[in-house]
Design a protein around this ligand. Structure first.
Ligand code: AMP
Ligand code: MG
Length: 345
């Protein structure tokens, strides 16, 4: 049996199908790219409404999955943009009704941890979740996933996108800045904004634009921004690890595709004698497979909901979500299975 998961919290509409050993049977995605400026929730939701039915059909065809093989339908309940979440939830409800299958709501942030956990075989890692709208350090403690530190203003990806667009580029800014930074090498001082376990980016944005106005070349600017912002993320991750006496870090979110960030976090973790794992890029960015996998865990832990209780939750807090499967040993497969799932992705 397999579980089908629908992701639609922000830019990306995605449908994933996974089996009970966390193998990704199918994954189809499409990212809404605004013609100019940042994301508009209604436009992104229209994109998801248009594309999700086709993505579902393609995922079923790619995975040679019949509706009768589907054990449950999972969807991202929150956090995210209301109109986008509703698009995914509506498709999930429709499939659950049409196929007469259980409906399982999933917290998007928890699903980033769970997919990294099963792929890595690391039992109790700290997650550095660096995406467009979210920047958080998350770990499991006393029955819940807890947000130990987070951005005090915008998500790091939104910050990078905003900067790149202000410098004349187009969305998404993160990968473009990464390429630009490889040509740079002069480090210009920027505000280093770490507050305990939290970070802030708007001061860096203002200062970087001021440097740009003073004629600092774009590659050096990109390099300085990356080094500063990723150092901040590495520092708060290290602080979490030190407090928890933890030994493992996993990465999630689109910004976790960044090689410099991966390298900095890896050096920090390995310097402490621990292990760092970054999922393959297709499973780092928002994707339906992580929703399907977490949906499978939640379904088997009895967290299905009737349709009338399946409202989306745009501000759902990670700390408030029940994760009973974490207490039940043996649900999560070991590393040998995990590495096969990694290959499939
Ligand atoms: P997500 O919100 O997780 O879907 O990720 C989207 C965000 O990741 C956007 O803000 C992108 O600019 C950012 N992103 C994607 N690839 C990279 C990269 N290689 N380096 C930095 N940021 C990236
Ligand atoms: Mg995400």
């Amino acid at each position: 049996m397999v579980v089908l998961g629908i992701e639609s919290t922000a830019h990306t509409a995605s449908v994933g199908i996974v089996d009970e050993r966390a193998r990704v049977v199918a994954l189809t995605s499409d990212m809404h790219k605004p013609a100019h400026g940042g994301i508009h929730p209604r436009e992104a939701a229209n994109h998801h409404v248009d594309l999700l039915p086709g993505l579902v059909a393609r995922a079923l065809a790619d995975g040679h999955v019949a509706p009768a093989d589907v054990e449950a339908v999972a969807f991202a309940q929150g956090p995210g943009l209301g109109p986008c979440l509703r698009a995914g939830a509506t498709v999930a409800r429709m499939l659950a009704m049409a196929w007469d299958r259980p409906l399982v709501p999933v917290n998007h942030c928890v699903s980033h941890v769970e997919i990294a956990r099963v792929l890595s075989g690391l039992d109790d890692p700290v997650l550095l979740y660096a995406s467009g709208g979210n920047t958080q350090v998350i770990a499991y403690a006393r029955g819940r996933y807890r947000v130990l530190g987070e951005t005090l203003d915008v998500g790091i990806g939104n910050f990078l996108d905003k900067l790149w667009i202000a410098l004349g580029g187009t969305f998404p800014g993160g990968p473009a800045l990464e390429r630009e930074a490889l040509q740079g090498g002069a480090l210009h001082p920027l505000p280093y904004s770490v507050h305990g376990m939290d970070v802030a980016f708007s001061g860096i944005l203002t200062a970087a634009l001021a440097l740009h106005a003073r004629g600092v070349p774009r590659p050096d600017l990109a390099y300085s921004v990356e080094v500063t912002a990723y150092s901040m993320l590495t520092e708060i991750t290290e602080r979490a690890l030190a407090h928890l006496k933890g030994r493992a870090v996993v990465l999630g979110g689109g910004v976790a595709c960044n090689e410099r960030l991966r390298g900095m976090v890896r050096a920090m973790v390995e310097g402490r004698g621990g292990t760092m794992f970054a999922p393959p890029r297709s499973l780092c960015v928002d994707n339906g497979a992580m929703i399907a996998w977490t949906g499978l865990l939640a379904h088997r832990a009895g967290l299905d909901v009737p349709i009338r209780d399946s409202a989306v939750a745009p501000r759902q807090r990670t700390d408030l979500v029940r994760t009973p499967w974490r207490e039940a040993p043996g649900v999560v497969p070991g590393p040998s299975v995990a590495s096969r799932a990694g290959e499939a992705a």
